[in-house]
Design a binder for this molecule. Structure first.
Ligand code: CS2
Ligand code: MG
Length: 419
């Protein structure tokens, strides 16, 4: 891996541009698909950005190749905010996951370049450290409550301070968050969408039992989290929140769909369980009302799907003045490039809450050599200039794209439901 950097360029009071001379999109599938943008400057500095949108990867590839890259060539890579505004305002059709993932990839790559030119890790450019390490949560899941708790104990033994618990729902053939492979969970597993089955009643019976036992067996010190994956109505979510209050969860995630942000007000009126939402948000406009009305406690918007570091930092600053903390999405469909960017963000903001961490496979780690590391429940960035991550293009070329969809969900009577 070439993590080398050019010395900071300075010529008195004249800024030396880093002219963008090349930008290319690399699609690779070392077990799952990733889309990466690589931007190269005339000074020979390159930066990388993640543009992966699970299940819709090639839409972002086209957005970048056909509509963004032609506008980048010749621009000064140092003008990060201006390029962000150019791409966001310039599209006229603002926002949305495809466009914002593409802008995010450009933004990450430009921060990477700026860090390399400055000889500093990106978090230093963002104000420096606010903390020593980034607390992460791991995913424990199982086919039964016993199996889920056994997995949670393994995570605790690995040093995790926070653990998400997902357990199979009795009577359903498969459940979100529960995989056969206990270390690596990958829902985008099929050439066409798999059809899952859902029962809110069965789910609402098993979850309180899972957390009652978890608190009793895992003790009071570990943080416990749970992801509803948008499947309840507001009043059902309120009831679940009340049922779980005694077990003091760190958060209840995606309790309801959030297209209508007012949904959360009803949950809030009934329960003190901390609420998290936002992994599918594309911009501040998806969470402005939630934050300013203090209807949530954690905002999960993440660097790749919410417009990159430039925009995510604005969301975080807005959240900070409303006492809302961050909890960036960190599933395996976000590449190590996103994780490296998220960690630089996480250490540098005052209102960090927690970072999701699902380990990537060895093949993915080999394609994306990176400088961050896990130790005793925390992820650490190091002093590598830029984001501290790269892509091995030769190795990436050995793993061609494979179409893969996320599942869809139906109720027992066949009604299409939220997955
Ligand atoms: C999730 C994801 O990590 C999470 O909290 O909800 O696993 C999500 O299902 C995937 O990122 C979808 O691509
Ligand atoms: Mg989630």
């Amino acid at each position: 891996m070439d993590m080398s950097t050019k010395p900071a360029v300075s010529r008195g009071d004249v800024a030396i541009p880093q002219k963008i001379v090349d930008a290319r999109v690399i699609v690779t599938c070392p077990g799952r698909n990733f889309v990466t943008l690589k931007i190269v400057t005339d000074q020979g500095v390159h930066g990388v950005g993640d543009a992966t949108l699970n299940g819709r990867e090639l839409a972002v590839v086209s957005y970048l190749r056909d509509h963004v890259i032609p506008c980048l060539i010749g621009r000064d890579a140092h003008r990060i905010e201006d390029i962000w505004q150019y791409l966001y305002r310039g599209a006229y059709w603002r926002g949305g996951p495809v466009g914002m993932s593409a802008i995010a990839a450009v933004d990450m790559a430009l921060w990477d370049i700026k860090g390399k030119v400055a000889g500093l890790p990106v978090y230093q450019l963002m104000g420096g450290r606010c903390r020593d390490g980034v607390m992460v949560y791991g995913h424990a899941n199982g086919e039964s409550i016993d199996a889920t708790l056994a997995a949670a104990k393994e995570y605790a033994a690995l040093g995790y301070k926070a653990i998400r618990l997902q357990c199979a729902v009795p009577g359903l053939p498969s459940t979100y968050g529960v995989s056969k492979d206990k270390l690596f969970y990958e829902p985008a597993d099929a050439d066409l969408p798999t059809e899952n089955l859902w029962s809110t009643e069965a789910y609402m019976r098993v979850v309180p039992e899972l957390f009652a036992r978890a608190r009793a067996e895992l003790g009071d010190d570990v943080h416990l989290l749970h992801d509803v994956h948008h499947r309840l109505t507001p009043i059902e979510a309120a009831r679940l929140g009340k049922d779980l209050e005694a077990y003091r969860l760190f958060w209840l995630e995606d309790a309801v769909v959030a297209e209508n942000q007012e949904n959360f007000r009803l949950i809030r009126q009934h329960t003190t369980i901390p609420l998290a939402v936002g992994e599918i948000f594309s911009s501040i406009w998806d969470c402005k009302d939630l934050i300013q009305n203090q209807l949530i406690d954690y905002i999960r918007a993440t660097v790749v799907h919410a417009g990159g570091l430039t925009h995510l930092r604005k969301i975080a600053a807005f959240a900070d003045i409303h006492n809302v903390r961050t909890g960036c999405h960190g599933a395996t469909d976000l590449s190590p490039v996103s994780m490296a960017a998220a960690l630089n963000f996480d250490v540098s903001i005052p209102n960090f809450g927690i970072q999701e961490y699902m380990r990537h496979t060895d093949a993915t780690d080999a394609v994306f050599p990176h400088a961050y590391r896990f130790e005793d429940g925390y992820l650490h960035v190091n002093e590598t200039p830029g984001l501290g991550v790269d892509i091995d293009e030769d190795l990436a070329g050995e793993f061609p794209y494979r179409r893969a969809y996320l599942p869809v969900n139906r109720l027992r009577d066949g009604t299409m439901y939220h997955w």
